[in-house]
Design a protein around this ligand. Structure first.
Ligand code: UT7
Length: 377
């Protein structure tokens, strides 16, 4: 291939563009006092709000799984995109419905998507951006023209309610986007990606028991090993450093100066981490967006849940330079430079059906899951 051919090939390559955005939140709102009382935690509402920025979060009701939330978010994203049918489905999660098989094929089945390829992607809290980068590459290469990317987690299924370092932080939810081929100048275009991982820190965020290292037929290495563990202080330092580095890298790849970014959306792990990364990058507070106070840390779902938040969506102009950055277990990190999408987000309540359901436009007369309020205290 000569230089001319390469230019032609590059010019002909499409850019992946977000054309639909959806979310699914469990209706059960749990405030800080309830989390503290439930786990008999030695902490209080003031400490949690001051040190994390979290006021409340959503908890999945018993019987509601990650797959259920993923179906709701996927349906909402497809409706937002005008009921396009995707050719592939990626599900980012670290709380799958079962250790085996992957949850994505069942989600595709329940969405009525036939036999399209569907697989899970496990990059913990960086999962959505890892999946977005993967899906973007599939669209650019022409492997799949439309890809549904869902990020869903139910951390309440693995967090120890009696662990004060994790129980107040995590919530449940799902977000999704639909990608289609387009051009670099369109709202929703994925401009550049940066991904990284460092397995030397794989013990900092972990569920020790129940995998092939410590299988169920052997005794657990420690009594609470079946639960999620996080070495919070060490993870905090890694998160600030890696998100700042990765975000800087993706901005250089996009050839965007930090001061031109109009929307910074970081993984909603801790408000102090987000403030620190925003300050280091030189992005003004007015251009930082999040919803950690309302939803806590929803793991892989946290960034798409900000994209899908109606209050955030209307605060950013379609096409505005946007920076997404995440950090999570693995350790993993990821950043994406994106033109802010024009797609209007839709939301769905968690479905209760377990059978294949027709792809349909949601009933907007129903109560809006973002405003559902059944606070317990
Ligand atoms: O989503 C994946 C990525 N996750 C993250 O990036 C999360 C990163 N970590 C954090 O957000 C924070 O480290 C936590 C919120 C988990 C903890 O907050 P912190 O301000 O960083 O506390 P720390 O870990 O520096 O600990 C300071 C003290 C410790 O007590 P000692 O050892 O000084 O006596 C902790 O045991 O705060 C204690 N502590 C708490 N005290 C009251 C930790 N959690 C709590 C709590 N209430 N909930």
């Amino acid at each position: 291939m000569n230089a001319h051919d390469r230019t032609v090939t590059h010019a002909a390559s499409p850019t992946a563009v977000i054309t639909g955005i959806g979310s699914c939140l469990p209706p059960h709102v749990v405030d800080n006092d309830t989390v503290v009382a439930r786990g008999a935690l030695h902490t209080d509402d003031a400490w949690i709000r001051d040190r994390t920025g979290i006021t409340r979060r959503r908890h999945a009701d018993p019987g509601t799984s990650t797959g259920d939330l993923a179906v709701g978010a996927g349906r909402a994203a497809l409706a937002s995109a005008g009921d396009h049918r995707p050719e592939m489905l990626l599900l980012a999660t670290s709380t799958p419905d079962h250790p085996c098989p992957a949850t994505a094929p069942a989600v595709a089945h329940r969405l009525g998507l036939g036999t399209i390829p569907a697989f899970d992607l496990a990059a913990v809290c960086s999962g959505f951006l890892y999946a977005l980068a993967t899906a973007s590459a599939l669209v650019r290469s022409g492997t799949s023209s439309t890809v549904l990317v869902i990020a869903a987690d139910t951390y309440t299924s693995i967090v120890n309610p009696a662990d004060r370092e994790t129980a107040p932080i995590f919530g449940d939810g799902a977000g999704a986007v639909l990608l289609r081929p387009g051009t670099r100048d369109e709202p929703g275009a994925v401009i550049a990606v940066d991904l990284g991982a460092d397995g030397s820190g794989s013990d900092l965020i972990t569920v020790p028991y129940g995998g092939s290292r410590h299988p169920h037929h052997l005794p657990p290495p420690e009594p609470d090993a079946r639960y999620f563990h996080m070495q919070g202080r060490t993870v905090y330092a890694h998160a600030v450093r890696r998100m700042t580095q990765s975000a800087g890298s993706v901005l250089r790849r996009a050839d965007w100066a930090p001061e031109t970014v109009r929307a910074f959306v970081g993984h909603q792990a801790n408000q102090r981490i987000l403030d620190s990364v925003g300050d280091r990058l030189g992005i003004a507070p007015a251009h930082r967006f999040g919803n950690i106070g309302e939803l806590g840390n929803t793991a892989a779902a946290s960034i798409p849940l900000v994209l899908a938040d109606p209050a955030v969506h209307h605060g950013v102009a379609p096409g505005a330079r946007s920076l997404l950055s995440a950090f999570g277990g693995g350790l993993t990190w990821a950043s994406v430079a994106l033109n802010w999408p024009a797609a209007v987000p839709r939301s769905e309540a968690p479905p209760t059906d377990l059978d294949t359901t027709p792809l349909c436009t949601p009933d907007l007369s129903r109560s809006h899951p973002w405003t559902a309020s059944t606070t317990t205290s």
